[in-house]
Design a protein around this ligand. Structure first.
Ligand code: FES
Length: 604
C-alpha cells in the first residue's frame, strides 16, 4: 500500500473488513488491531478508548493509524466485521442464535412383541417425536430397523425425516452457506452442532466463460435451447468443487453435510435452481419465484448427504434477488433508528431504503465501468491493476500485488476522477479541461500530465517506462464518460428512492456499502464524484460481504430465515424503468457535483 494509507483501508484491501460502528472517528475502539512488527503512525488520544498500557503493548485503532513502512498486524477475531462471534453472539453477549433446522436424534427402539404391535413408523415417531417420513425412507424403514438392532440416528430438517443412520452420529452435522455472485462464489462450512465456522473457500464463477454479466447469460438462455442446462451444470460443478475443498480441509465427507443455504442475485438463483431466467431479459423484469425455496439438494446435483436440503433465499422482484435480501438480514435493515440506505455497487447496482417500517428496493444497470470494463486501459481488480490514485502535487498510485501497473480498476478510476475534479482538471460536465483553463495553484508536474492531441484529451497516470506493458497508462476522456454513465444510473436510483420516501440525504441514519466493490471504494471520492449523496463519511460504512453474512445467519438459525421472509414481505420493488423521473434524474446525476458539495474528507 502507499505510505500514508489508513490501516483500516489496508486491511480492507486484504479482504479483512473491520468493525467501525463509530465510522472511523476513533471513539468506539472496535477496530482494535495489534501491531507485532514495524510501526504505524498513530497517536493515542487520552480521552479515547485505547488505554496507555494497550498502546505500549502495540495495540492500535486501525481507523487512527497510518502505514509508513513494512508492518505486521494481527487482527483479533473480535475486530472483524464478519467474525464468528458476530454471528453467534447476540447483543447480550450470549450465544443465542444457534437454532438450525437440522436436528439429530439417536434412538433405541423396543422390538415389537405381541403386547406391543405398534407399526415401525409409530414406534419411530414415539421415540423421536412427530416426523414426516418421505416414501423413499419409509420403503427402507422396516429393513433398516431390523438390520440395525432397532437403533440408529434420525436426521430431521424441521419435522421432515431426511436420513436414517445406523450408528449414533449426533456429534457430526455440517452445513454450507453459499454466496453465489456473478463473478465469484464463496462457501463457508459450519459445524451445525456448535455453530463453529470450519472453513471458507471461494472460486471464480465458471459461468464467466458464458458472459461477464447476467444480461449476457440470460441472452444465452433465450437464444440457445440447451444453455440453461449448461449454465446450471457449470454452477453445480463450482458448488461441488467448493464443497469438496471445504470438507477435505475439515477431514469430513460430503455425506456429513445436511444443509446448504444459497444466496445469489436473481439470475444466479433462477439458474442454479434450473428455472428459466428468460423473463428477466425483457420488460418488465419478472422473476420465477419470490418466497424462499427449500429444495432437495440432490435435485440441484449437490455432492452432499442424499437427504440434505437446500434453502434458496427469497427474492424481492426484478433484479433485486436473494443476495440483497441476505444483505438486508445481515444489516438488520428495518431496525435502524434513522433510515438506512444500502447500496451494492456493481454491474447491476441494488439500492434499498428502509423508512417508517417500509422498505423500497430498486436495481439499476450501471454497466461494467466499475469493474474496469469498457475503460480504455481498464482491467479487473487483479494483480497489476492500479487500485488507488492520489492526485495532489504529483500523482501517486498503488498497484495490486506490488507489481508494475498494467491498467486501472474501478476504484482507481473513481480516485482519479475525484482527484482531477479537486484540482480543476475536470469540469462538472466531465470534460478534461485544457492546460490554460486550469486555475492557479496546480503544480507544473500535474499540468504536464494533461495531454491533448487531435482532440483526444487524456491524463497521464503512469509513464511508459514504469508500466508493465511498456505503454503509458492514461485516463482518457471517453473513460470519464463511461464513469458518468455508471454513476448516473446508481445515483438516479438513490435519488428516486429518497424522493419517494420524502427524505433528504441528511435524514439518513447511514449509507451501507455492500458487496466486494463497496469494500474498496474510497468514501470521500465516491461522494466527490456524486456516486453517493453528500453526507458525512462517518455515516458511510462498508459492510463487507453482507450477502455472505446473511446466508450464514440463515444456515445457523431458522429465526433468521423467518426474518428474511419478513423483510421480503415488507419490501416493495420499485421498477426504475417505469418511473417518469428516471431519465431526468439520470441526466442530472451525470453532472459531477460542484466542489462545495464535498463534505467527506476523513480518508487519505
Ligand atoms: S475507533 Fe471506532 S472505528 Fe476505529
Amino acid at each position: 500500500v502507499l505510505p500514508g494509507t489508513l490501516l483500516l483501508e489496508a486491511a480492507g484491501r486484504a479482504g479483512i473488513i473491520l468493525k467501525t460502528p463509530c465510522g472511523g472517528q476513533g471513539t468506539c475502539g472496535k477496530c482494535l488491531v495489534h501491531v507485532t512488527d514495524g510501526a504505524c503512525r498513530s497517536e493515542r488520544r487520552p480521552d479515547g478508548p485505547l488505554t496507555a498500557e494497550a498502546f505500549d503493548e502495540g495495540f492500535r485503532l486501525a481507523c487512527q493509524s497510518w502505514v509508513d513502512g513494512d508492518v505486521v498486524v494481527e487482527i483479533p477475531d473480535a475486530s472483524r466485521f464478519e467474525s464468528r462471534q458476530q454471528i453467534l453472539v447476540d447483543d447480550t453477549g450470549e450465544q443465542g442464535r444457534l437454532n438450525t433446522v437440522i436436528r439429530k436424534v439417536a434412538f433405541q427402539l423396543d422390538e415389537p412383541s405381541s403386547d406391543d404391535p405398534r407399526s415401525d413408523l409409530t414406534r419411530l415417531r414415539d421415540a423421536v417425536g412427530p416426523v414426516d417420513v418421505p416414501d423413499t425412507l419409509l420403503r427402507r424403514l422396516s429393513g433398516f430397523l431390523r438390520a440395525n438392532g432397532w437403533s440408529g440416528t434420525a436426521v430431521l430438517a424441521d419435522s421432515r425425516l431426511i436420513a436414517l443412520e445406523s450408528t449414533d452420529t449426533t456429534r457430526t452435522s455440517l452445513g454450507v452457506a453459499f454466496d453465489v455472485g456473478t463473478t465469484t462464489i464463496v462457501g463457508t462450512l459450519f459445524d451445525l452442532t456448535t455453530g463453529r465456522e470450519l472453513g471458507v473457500a471461494s472460486r471464480m464463477n465458471a459461468q464467466v466463460a458464458y458472459g461477464d454479466d447476467v444480461v449476457s447469460r440470460i441472452r444465452q438462455v433465450r437464444e440457445k435451447p440447451d444453455a440453461l442446462a449448461t449454465l446450471q451444470e457449470s454452477i453445480r460443478d463450482d458448488l461441488n468443487t467448493l464443497i469438496g475443498e471445504l470438507v477435505d480441509r475439515a477431514n469430513a465427507s460430503g455425506d456429513a453435510v445436511y444443509e446448504t443455504v444459497l444466496a445469489g442475485n436473481a439470475t444466479m438463483q433462477q439458474i442454479l435452481c434450473g428455472y428459466d431466467p428468460s423473463a428477466l431479459g425483457e420488460l418488465p423484469f419478472v422473476q420465477v419465484f419470490e418466497e424462499a425455496r427449500v429444495l432437495p439438494a440432490a435435485s440441484l446435483g449437490l455432492a452432499v448427504n442424499p437427504g440434505a436440503e437446500a434453502f434458496v433465499f427469497p427474492q424481492v422482484g426484478g433484479f433485486v434477488g436473494g443476495d440483497t435480501v441476505a444483505g438486508m438480514v445481515a444489516a438488520r435493515l428495518d431496525q435502524w433508528e434513522k433510515p438506512p440506505l444500502m447500496v451494492d455497487i456493481g454491474t447491476n447496482g441494488e439500492i434499498v431504503l428502509a423508512c417508517d417500517g417500509k422498505i423500497e428496493a430498486a436495481s439499476t444497470a450501471a454497466g461494467p465501468a466499475f469493474e474496469g470494463a469498457r475503460i480504455r486501459q481498464g482491467m479487473r481488480a487483479a494483480a497489476g491493476a492500479i487500485e488507488k490514485v492520489i492526485v495532489n502535487e504529483e500523482v501517486s498510485w498503488n498497484v495490486i500485488g506490488n507489481v508494475r501497473p498494467a491498467g486501472l480498476c474501478g476504484t482507481a478510476l473513481i480516485d482519479t476522477v475525484a482527484g482531477m475534479l479537486r484540482t480543476g482538471l475536470l469540469d462538472e460536465t466531465g470534460r478534461i479541461v485544457g492546460r490554460d483553463e486550469v486555475d492557479g495553484g496546480v503544480s507544473e508536474a500535474i499540468l504536464d500530465r494533461l495531454v491533448s492531441d487531435d482532440g483526444d484529451t487524456r491524463f497521464l497516470l503512469v509513464p511508459a517506462e514504469e508500466s508493465a506493458t511498456g505503454e503509458a497508462i492514461y485516463l482518457w476522456q471517453r473513460d470519464v464518460r463511461e464513469l458518468q454513465l455508471a454513476v448516473g444510473a446508481i445515483r438516479a436510483g438513490i435519488s428516486i428512492l429518497l424522493r419517494r420516501a420524502g427524505l433528504e440525504p441528511d435524514d439518513l441514519g447511514g449509507i451501507l456499502l455492500a458487496g466486494a466493490f463497496g469494500n474498496f471504494i474510497r468514501r470521500n471520492n465516491a461522494v466527490r464524484i456524486g456516486l453517493l449523496p453528500a453526507v458525512s463519511c462517518q455515516r458511510i460504512r462498508c459492510v463487507g460481504n453482507a450477502a455472505s453474512l446473511g446466508a450464514k445467519l440463515a444456515l445457523l438459525s431458522r429465526d433468521e430465515r423467518a426474518y428474511a421472509e419478513e423483510l421480503r414481505q415488507k419490501t416493495e420493488h420499485v421498477d426504475l424503468s417505469l418511473d417518469p423521473a428516471f431519465q431526468e434524474e439520470f441526466g442530472a446525476a451525470m453532472l459531477f457535483p460542484c466542489g462545495d458539495a464535498e463534505r467527506c474528507r476523513d480518508e487519505s
